[in-house]
Design a protein around this ligand. Structure first.
Ligand code: NI
Length: 197
């Protein structure tokens, strides 16, 4: 029986479910700093321009996900960033995760949205000002739809489909674009630097 143990170990390893965090993702999540390094253009274009993938069952059930969501929240609300939303590629993780300030809810809480997709864009398009933590010093005027239907999983794994409107809908459009490697400057009518403003 003893001689069978190495064989059984190999069998168990081979049968383990696929997926899980990559070693590179784990290294980022496990870094001791509570505020994460924010990836910026043009140096980090390989990550910021990549298309992000869904979280699988293993990542959804992991402690690493809880740690990552807490760190993304601390990062976007840190006085050095002071953003209204952040997407996982901006901290080096190409997964479909965004953290958004819900202007449409009492107390304007920051909430996390997993495996998120925009199902449809609704209503008229109108231009408005935008900035991005990954494009420091730049601002732009970006045409956005006034409402959107979105589908996602909550941090507890509950599937939700809802309609968001107004400024909240604009933040979701901006953050979901990040998951497809799109930056607001791709859509902007005009872009300027802070010094020229
Ligand atoms: Ni952004």
């Amino acid at each position: 029986m003893k001689s069978l143990l190495p064989f059984l170990f190999l069998l168990a390893t081979a049968c383990a479910p696929r997926g899980g965090w990559t070693s590179a993702e784990k290294a980022i999540i496990d870094q001791p700093d509570s505020v994460m390094h924010v990836y910026t253009m043009p140096g980090d274009s390989a990550v910021l321009r990549a298309v992000s993938t869904d979280l699988g069952e293993r990542e959804l059930a992991s402690e690493e996900l809880k740690t990552l969501l807490a760190k993304m929240l601390r990062t976007v609300t840190d006085p050095s960033q002071d953003g209204v939303g952040i997407a996982a590629p901006q901290v080096g993780i190409n997964r479909r995760i965004v953290c958004v300030m819900r202007y449409d809810k009492p107390g304007e809480p920051f909430e996390s949205f997993l495996n998120i997709r925009i199902d449809s864009l609704i209503g008229p398009v109108s231009p408005g000002p935008e900035g991005c933590l990954s494009l420091p010093g730049l601002y732009g005027i970006v045409p956005r739809h006034q409402a959107a239907q979105i589908s996602y999983l909550t941090p507890d794994g509950k599937p939700v489909t809802e309609r968001v409107e107004g400024y909240t809908a604009i933040i979701f459009q901006h953050e979901c674009d990040h998951l497809d490697g799109i930056l607001y400057t791709d859509r902007a009518d005009s872009v300027w630097t802070f010094n020229n403003f």
